[in-house]
Design a protein around this ligand. Structure first.
Ligand SMILES: [Zn+2]
Length: 151
């Protein structure tokens, strides 16, 4: 059973139907509002282990690594962000098509993956209209053990 959820930024809340319905959280579901800052969204997603979905590449590509870098060894000091999905197109129907295409063709390090791997491995997925989604690693909390580091 999937335990991770997607937290949709206010600029992509119209894309809820592009994700499994039981796994979608809106800002108001995590105690935030339309006016919450990007920093608050990153913090809420980190605490809940959510994948962030946003159209705002500029801010989140900066805020997410910064937030992860503030991690500490203390109890509850972990600030890992469990996945970031950046939907680049700005028009709804283009976004939906690009997301649907990406969902069925995600690849990382030579193999097909799904959203679970994006969550488990804390990946960044950049989805554009023209090309295959670009999947890279987010920075990692040095105190956590990740799925691909076991054994
Ligand atoms: Zn950690």
């Amino acid at each position: 059973m999937a335990s991770f959820k997607f937290l949709l930024d206010h600029d992509v809340r119209h894309l809820a139907q592009s994700f499994p319905s039981k796994q979608v959280l809106m800002l108001e579901d995590v105690g935030l509002s339309q006016r919450s800052s990007d920093g608050e969204i990153v913090e809420a997603a980190s605490e809940r282990g959510c994948i962030i979905v946003t159209n705002n590449a500029r801010n989140f590509e900066k805020e997410v690594p910064e937030h992860i870098a503030s991690t500490s060894k203390k109890a509850k000091g972990c600030t890992q962000v469990h996945g970031l999905v950046i939907v680049v197109p700005s028009e709804k129907f283009v976004q939906e098509k690009a997301l649907a295409d990406a969902t069925s063709t995600l690849r990382f390090e030579g193999r097909s993956i799904g959203w679970k791997e994006v969550s488990d491995l804390c990946l960044k997925v950049v989805i554009s209209k023209e090309a295959r989604a670009v999947v890279t690693r987010l920075p990692r909390c040095p105190y956590c053990k990740f799925e691909d580091e076991k054994g």
